[in-house]
Ligand binder design. Structure first.
Ligand SMILES: NC(=O)c1ccc[n+]([C@@H]2O[C@H](COP(=O)([O-])OP(=O)(O)OC[C@H]3O[C@@H](n4cnc5c(N)ncnc54)[C@H](OP(=O)(O)O)[C@@H]3O)[C@@H](O)[C@H]2O)c1
Length: 245
């Protein structure tokens, strides 16, 4: 039986790394991206032959498209696409540089548009695919200093809902995961500076870890989740409770 192939953006560290190793443990071959050669090297060491690392920087859009096209040429089909890469460049709106806005929107949001346009047709032809998108609690609640980040993460929700409707009849599901506070390089500074203050807001009483997110990706990327599409799953220890009743 053909091995499923997953593309995980931002696979060298943090949540993306754990997602990748979780998928590998399920027998999936993973193509992981990083913006640096050191990152690609880390991926190679982590994946131990069960995947590859590719150097891609979403701020270089023409190059990104060429590299994704090359991957499709080589592998024919990406069965699972996890758009995990993301950055924060925080500032209150009045002081926010144009570059902070553009970088965050381009990396977090625009990249998924360009990549999906390339990988979608082969998925449609095989009438099977899984697209999983990392949003954030900030995309739902907003956050002071994060107009750019929250806009990018809400944008991913709208993108995913619309795409889910477009491809539902083709055996492709599109779902979103919105983490709360997960301990990674992105959050370690704020989580050490404001540990007690933040913990008080989390009913489960702890910060999340990368495995908490990876388990959800694992389920959504499997055949078992075929009747779930256009949905968001919050992974936040109860910090934000969003029942649509
Ligand atoms: N940690 C949390 O609490 C939390 C909460 C909510 C949502 N999230 C979301 O979860 C995802 C992963 O977060 P994380 O905490 O694991 O972050 P992280 O440890 O900072 O990792 C970010 C990843 O994004 C990649 N990346 C950065 N700039 C890029 C660019 N220009 N082009 C392509 N890739 C780029 C990085 O690759 P290089 O290292 O190679 O540059 C890295 O692999 C993000 O989308 C984040 O917004 C995280």
């Amino acid at each position: 039986m053909k091995k499923n192939i997953a593309l995980v953006t931002g696979a060298n560290k943090g949540i993306g790394k754990k997602i990748s190793t979780e998928l590998i443990s399920k027998g999936i071959y993973v193509i992981g991206t990083s913006t640096t050669l050191q990152g690609v090297d880390k991926i190679k060491k982590t994946f131990k032959g069960h995947g590859i690392g590719v150097l891609i920087n979403f701020l270089k859009i023409i190059e990104t498209k060429k590299k994704i096209q090359k991957l499709i040429k080589k592998f024919k089909i990406i069965d699972i696409f996890v758009h995990n890469a993301g950055v924060i460049q925080d500032s209150i709106l009045l002081k926010m540089h144009d570059s902070y806005w553009n970088n965050v929107i381009n990396i977090n949001l625009s990249a998924i548009f360009h990549i999906t346009k390339i990988i979608l047709l082969p998925m449609i032809r095989q009438r099977y695919g899984r697209i999983i998108v990392l949003s954030s609690i900030s995309g739902y609640t907003g956050q002071i200093g994060q107009t750019n980040y929250a806009a990018s993460k809400s944008g991913l929700v709208g993108f995913s809902k619309s795409l889910a409707l477009e491809v539902a009849s083709k055996g492709i599901t599109v779902n979103v995961i919105s983490p709360g506070y997960i301990y990674t390089d992105m959050t370690k500074k704020i989580l050490s500076l404001k540990k007690e203050e933040i913990l008080k807001k989390i009913p489960v009483g702890r910060f999340g870890n990368t495995q908490d997110v990876a388990y959800v990706v694992s389920f959504l990327s499997s055949k078992k989740s075929s009747y779930i599409t256009g949905q968001n799953i919050h992974v936040n220890g109860g910090m934000y409770v969003d029942f649509n009743v």
